[in-house]
Design a protein around this ligand. Structure first.
Ligand code: C2E
Ligand code: CA
Ligand code: CA
Length: 708
């Protein structure tokens, strides 16, 4: 608008130059110069004429004096007067007697008009009397001719004086014209320079921000233009401040100083206009109004500010970690009393889900309001552009609809505006986010499931199974989060954590006389990494465990996929005394010949075969085939998932060396396992004692104690 105005102003200015101050000043000055020239020329012309006339008068008087002298001396006869006058450049001359009759020469018509009343008075003085008519200078002088008083009268035309005057006028006018012609451009230039600051000021006023340097320069002047420029600068400063204040009032939320809904809408609109993909999250903070009601308005405001801070920090952190938001961090706005919006430029469904998860995580700890800790929960609605709307209003509506769905789903929920995405994207992303934090916060722990040696019925070991005690969801199954950890690169820290914890447990048990080997699951991804063995041995050593107490479970497919790598990594482990078990055996498609070349110790028969073995003939056949193979290669075998006596009988008959399953014990926390282990040992002892088997070993005393 301002620019268009300035352009129009410019056009008008160009079109009507003659109306400008510069033009007017130039024209006025030129007119004044013209008038002055006319005056000067007039004065000069009049002066020229005056002096020319006086010259004519003087020469006429001189000529008359001379004629009079000659008449008086008798050198000249009155009859010769006309001829003498013509040679003396007089236009006429005649001699008049006292009675008025013409004695010599001729009296012309012009002379009769002249009075020359005072001639008689001059007679005695002997001077010539001069009088001027319109075109002539008339001179009269008294002379005595032949003893008679007479008057010599003569005259000369004043025409040469008039000619001199005309010439002066012509010359003067010419000179004035030349002068004005030369002075005019200079004058125009001068005036232009004088009004230049005014033009700069005009430009500065019509399009703010332009011509600033010129106005500043003008402001240094001491004249009226300087004062005007300074006034303008002061006004411009005030205006800018007012505009800022107005902008703040229009676009900022006064409580949190976050952009408000209007601001968000305008940013959204401009981003959507260029067709940029983006995610809009509406984040409803539940519990804020409760705080205001319970602790008062001031605390309510404080809580809103805290919530705003959390979101802003979350957005900054997220931008730092996510690759595409680095240049433009998400915009956090406050859009209603308890709702905020996060606008992430360039974010797709995945990124939006991660951002939503980050928001949830940011509100998991309570807000600090004064000395109170108050818990809040979130409902997050996600809308994606252009899928859920390509206009600001539609996208805002989509996000609002999504937040309603999230609210209905319960606290800490996220819903996408597009129903399909809800099912896919979010659960995974939230899990990933949570898992990352869980590893840092020590929410992961190990449970131990006993493994029994069938021949002795003794507890030979325990499989360490990771558990996630989620603060909201409770126990989360590894079946759910281990695959996620594998996909998002968290399996490395998770594996390290599990092995370290299991190794510490092994060392501790060893010290307390629990002689159980601990089996640790190794993900295929972990195993495939270079230097796997080296790192595993380092972790075991750092925990102070004897490698012989550790068994690593590697899935069949991971071990057989790249036998060369497997051999390279397993050899040093085996050498250090670590036992190697093949997990879920029978489910992969093993090249059986590789089995003979790799240094395994244990085959774990997958739960599915044990479960089906009692019913299905096929499974039965697989189990007996595995048993035959294991017997030939000298492997231990562990049947997994033994739940019933029937299954136990079956796997025992098949020649399994070990069993693991709910029939003996479920996975339990370390402390529960220790209690279980002690009780079982005691029961074993009692059994032995009852059968009298202990007598030869421990003597009568203990046997008696066993009975008691
Ligand atoms: P897996 O290695 O085959 O572990 C055995 C699974 O069978 C465990 O499930 C265990 O609780 C369950 N189980 C044991 N006895 C019985 C029984 O009698 N009946 C039935 N129905 N189930 C039984 P869990 O703990 O849910 O673990 C599942 C899988 O998660 C594991 O399968 C393993 O692949 C993986 N996993 C567990 N902990 C870890 C770990 O620390 N690291 C890695 N990489 N993977 C792990
Ligand atoms: Ca296992
Ligand atoms: Ca298994």
């Amino acid at each position: 608008m301002a620019n268009a105005g300035a352009a129009a102003e410019g056009r008008r200015g160009r079109n009507r130059w003659w109306r400008s101050l510069a033009a007017r000043a130039t024209i006025a000055t030129a007119a004044m110069l013209g008038a002055l020239s006319i005056l000067l020329v007039a004065i000069a012309a009049t002066g020229t004429r005056e002096s020319a006339e006086r010259t004519i008068e003087r020469s006429t008087a001189g000529a008359v004096d001379e004629l009079a002298g000659r008449l008086a001396a008798g050198d000249l006869s009155p009859l010769e007067i006309s001829a003498a006058a013509a040679s003396g450049s007089l236009d006429y001359a005649f001699l008049e007697s006292a009675s008025g009759s013409i004695v010599g020469g001729q009296r012309p018509a012009v002379a009769s008009a002249v009075t020359l009343d005072a001639v008689s008075e001059t007679r005695s003085a002997g001077v010539a009397l001069v009088e001027r008519s319109r075109d002539f200078a008339h001179v009269a002088k008294a002379v005595m001719v032949g003893g008679e008083p007479m008057t010599l009268r003569a005259g000369a035309s004043l025409a040469p004086a008039a000619a001199a005057e005309s010439e002066t006028i012509v010359r003067g006018v010419m000179a004035a014209l030349v002068f004005i012609g030369l002075a005019l451009p200079l004058l125009a230039l001068l005036v232009d320079r004088v009004v230049a600051p005014l033009r700069a000021l005009t430009r500065a006023v019509t399009s703010p921000g332009s011509a600033e340097a010129e106005v500043r320069a003008a402001g240094a002047r001491t004249d009226e233009v300087g004062a005007l420029a300074r006034a303008h600068l002061a006004i411009a400063k005030d205006l800018a401040e007012n505009a800022d204040a107005l902008h703040r009032l229009t676009f900022d939320d006064p409580l949190t100083h976050l952009p408000n809904r209007a601001s968000l809408t305008s940013r959204l609109a401009s981003a959507l206009q260029v067709g940029e993909p983006l995610a809009l999250l509406e984040v409803e903070v539940q519990g804020l109004s409760r705080i205001a009601a319970g602790l008062g308005r001031q605390s309510g405001d404080e809580a809103v500010r805290r919530a705003a801070e959390r979101l802003r920090e979350m957005a900054t952190d997220w931008a730092r970690e996510s690759q595409f938001a680095e240049q433009r961090p998400p915009m956090v706005a406050r859009i209603s009393d308890t709702a905020f919006a996060v606008l992430a430029h360039g974010a797709d469904a995945g990124a939006a889900g991660a951002l939503a998860a980050a928001a949830l995580a940011a509100f998991e700890s309570p807000l600090f309001v004064g000395e109170h800790h108050v818990a809040t929960t979130l409902a997050v609605g996600v809308a994606l552009a252009p899928a859920d709307g390509d206009e600001a209003a539609t996208l805002l509506r989509s996000a609002a609809a999504a937040v309603s769905a999230a609210r209905a789903a319960g606290p800490q929920s996220v819903r996408f505006a597009g129903a399909e995405l809800n099912r896919m994207a979010y659960g995974r992303l939230k899990l990933e986010q949570d898992l990352r934090r869980a590893i840092e916060n020590g929410e992961l722990e190990l449970h131990y499931q006993p493994q029994i040696e069938l021949q002795t019925r003794a507890v030979s070991g325990a499989e360490a199974l990771v558990r996630w005690r989620h603060p909201i969801r409770g126990m989360v199954s590894p079946m759910e989060f281990v695959p996620v950890a594998e996909e998002c690169g968290l399996i490395e820290p998770l594996g390290t954590l599990v092995l370290a914890q299991a190794s510490r447990m092994a060392a501790d048990w060893h010290a307390r006389g629990v002689s159980a080997r601990i089996a640790v699951n190794v993900s295929a991804i972990q195993f495939r990494r270079p230097r796997f063995a080296e790192r595993a041995l380092e972790i075991i050593a750092a925990a102070g465990a004897d490698p012989a107490q550790i068994e690593l479970e590697i899935t069949e497919s991971a071990a057989m996929g790249d036998p060369a790598h497997a051999l390279r990594e397993l050899a040093p482990l085996k050498q250090a005394g670590v036992k190697i078990a093949i997990d879920d055996f029978g489910t992969g498609y093993s090249n059986l010949s590789s089995l003979t070349r790799l240094p395994f110790d244990v085959l774990k028969i997958d739960r599915s075969f044990v479960r089906d073995a009692v019913m299905a003939g096929g499974a039965r056949a697989v189990v007996s085939a595995i048993m035959g193979l294991a017997a030939n290669l000298g492997f231990e075998t562990i049947a997994e998932g033994v739940e019933t006596d029937e299954q136990l009988v079956f796997v025992t008959r098949q020649g399994c060396s070990h069993v693991q399953g709910y029939l003996f014990g479920k996975p339990m926390p370390a402390s529960a396992f220790e209690v279980w282990y002690a009780e079982r040992a005691l029961t074993e002892l009692r059994g032995l004692a009852e059968r009298g088997a202990l007598r030869p070993v421990l003597g009568e005393g203990l046997a008696a104690a066993g009975h008691a």
